[in-house]
Ligand binder design. Structure first.
Ligand SMILES: [Zn+2]
Ligand SMILES: [Zn+2]
Length: 347
């Protein structure tokens, strides 16, 4: 079968290779035929050697598929079942975090796409314990968005609380930012404002509006803090969801949120250190939640939300491609000419 492989450490080092169909490695794993696989920012980072990975490895961790074969100890699933999978493979199961159910941040975790072979190919194997059924009415292409949606649901609805009537600001209009606007609106936010830069004018702002953003703020054209204070009559936003990872946006999140407001920190920045108005955060009595990855509960919530709103979400898919076109797709996403790209490994 054809697979997109990161074959060695370093910049680039990706190619299409012919590999054999994997064999179920343990009795509690399943073999899945990939229907659609989404490209994530992580894949672009692996391309440029900016994220840990164990080469040679088949890339891709976001996918939907159908079970072809189950191991002898799998009882909940059978061939033909349509599934998606949490990417938290190889979590140890015995460390303090795993015992608390937080397998997504276990130090032993090796996800498909960088730690074990992933989904940019025709078949992959996964532990059955990580599977979730695709609800009826949710098509395969949209189901491939389950992972970024689960991340967003975890970070927007589980780690913080959005109430009806809340004014929510999302800083950053990448895939997670746009999904965050969508989830915030689905949870009853009265108004959602989203910020971005000039590059977002190409596609991202228009899709953000389609998915529920009420106000679009291009930070290269206007001051986002002034605009939010004007829109909230000086009070500030109830919630800020920071997805950009950009230093100025992180500092401004603290300035634009109201007293006793909440910040959900999602975006990973280019630098480890960011300067923020620390005292202001204390005087304002803010709740700031830092985030990483998705939880077990967020997956079924995400799938339920997606099954209720399939039409709206299809606007997120800007590229539908064959594996052979990977370089064009990666380039377009780097230049922010797209939001979500899906590969259809069968062609
Ligand atoms: Zn992802
Ligand atoms: Zn563990």
């Amino acid at each position: 079968m054809k697979a997109l492989v990161k074959y060695a450490k370093g910049e680039g080092n990706i190619e299409i290779r012919n590999v054999s169909i994997p064999i179920i490695p343990q009795d509690d794993w399943v073999l899945i035929k990939v229907h659609a696989a989404g490209v994530c920012g992580t894949d672009l980072h692996i391309w440029h050697d900016q994220f840990p990975y164990w080469p040679p490895v088949i890339m891709g961790h976001e996918f939907s598929g159908e079970i072809i074969e189950v191991g002898s100890k799998v009882i909940d699933y059978r061939p033909g079942d349509r599934v998606v999978a949490e990417p938290h493979a190889m979590a140890c199961g015995s460390c303090e975090l795993c015992r608390q159910g937080k397998i997504q941040i276990c130090a032993e975790k090796r996800s498909p796409g960088w730690g074990i072979d992933g989904a940019f190919t025709e078949y992959l194997v996964m532990p059955a314990v990580l599977l979730h059924r695709i609800p009826e009415g949710l098509p395969d292409d949209l189901a491939a968005l389950a992972e970024p949606m689960a991340i967003t649901v975890h970070q927007v609805s589980e780690r913080i609380r959005i109430n009806c009537q809340d004014f929510v600001v999302v800083t950053g209009a990448g895939p997670i930012g746009i999904l965050a606007a969508f989830v915030a609106k689905s949870m009853g936010a009265s108004k959602v404002a989203i910020t971005g830069m000039n590059a977002c004018e190409q596609v991202r702002f228009a899709v953000a509006r389609e998915l529920g953003a009420d106000y679009i703020i291009n930070v290269e054209k206007e001051n986002p803090l002034d605009r939010i204070l004007e829109l909230t009559r000086g009070r500030g936003a109830d919630v800020v969801i920071e997805t950009s990872g950009a230093g100025p946006a992180i500092a401004q999140a603290i300035q634009m949120v109201k007293k006793c407001g909440q910040i959900s920190a999602i975006g990973i920045g280019p630098r480890d250190t960011v300067s923020i108005p620390w005292n202001m955060a204390i005087y304002k009595v803010l709740d700031i939640a830092f985030n990483m990855s998705s939880s077990y509960t967020s997956w079924d919530r995400a799938l339920s939300l997606m099954a209720n709103t399939p039409k709206t979400l299809s606007a997120l898919i800007t590229h539908r491609a064959a594996l052979d076109d990977w370089e064009l797709v990666f380039q377009d996403l780097t230049e922010e000419k797209g939001i979500k790209a899906l590969f259809f490994p069968e062609g």
